[in-house]
Design a protein around this ligand. Sequence first.
Ligand SMILES: [Zn+2]
Length: 377
Amino acid sequence: MESRTILIYSAELASAEYSASHPFKPVRAKLFMELLHRYYNLRGDRFSIKRPEPLDEEILYLFHSRPYIELLKKAGRGQFEPEMLRAGLGNDENPVFKGMFDLALTIAGGTHVGAMALVNGEAETVFDPISGLHHAKRDQASGFCYVNDVACAIADLARKGLRVASVDIDVHHGDGVQDAFYATDRVLTISLHESAATLFPGTGFETEIGVGAGKGYNVNLPFRAGTDDEIYLSAFEAVVPALLEWFRPDIVFAQIGADAHREDHLAHLNLTSNGYTQVVSRIKALSSRMLAMGGGGYNVYRTAALWAAAWSSLSGMQPEDKFTGLVGGMMYGPEAMVGSLEEAPFVLEGREKELCAAEAARVVRYIRETVFRIHGI
Ligand SMILES: [Zn+2]
């Protein structure tokens, strides 16, 4: 059955940016919208758009410290203070600029609006392309993230008694979300990412499985640089479905960052559109209600195309190119960065393939022997 799907979107938010040269580009959401209109029939009562609204400030404090939020407010007024540097603010990664607090609050509000639409039964699936800022810490900005929209919204749902699982396929470890729920059994946190050996933020080892009541409720699947669709999907299948079936979440938060794609210039995995859409499709199939968040993806045209391809699994709608009648027939963006919804497969070969496969098998074995054993899976 076609499920009810909500897209969180506002043109103003999609035209925002940190600075002209900053790699985090909300315009990806606008490009994605153009592709949606091109490939899908968006009319009908099973699809609607909701605008992100600024988050109720009190929800911020379910995760962030008050002194940090005060600093963010000052920074958002364009004021700079030396102590901001200690909070990760005012560097190239997390610049201080006028309006940044409002921007962060609206992004976080979009995630929360989406989560509440699932809680209220307005939809089974929500996609918010400008969200999933999983690196922000309790009192520190990190990796382009000021406010951790994921942690704040999950914390609000958890206090309302809902069981929430977080599945993060962004190529970077979801460290801020891990920190938020590391000691609780109320939230199951799973992150699949490129190994800390080669990529920011340098955490997300398989040995980080939670503490105290949270032991066994935090799962990391780090992949060796170079890992392709085949290895990634088989590790996903060996770990994620069993965990979600055991935990039975009411709602799944899926950070579906597109930066594990092989054309992403900030990371080194080798996923193609085929692997990416299959993973999103599997998470969707395993979730009764799902909030998908756009996360990272620094090849803007490719990211928009990957989200548009994943939209089919998220919404149950079938893509159709109204202009040529051929799925994947459209070339998009400047000639140098052309993309389409479908891509040729890529298979890693030789010694690198062996090394990546062996590492994934080792990590899967570790998770089965620790986390699965704790829960009797
Ligand atoms: Zn990322």
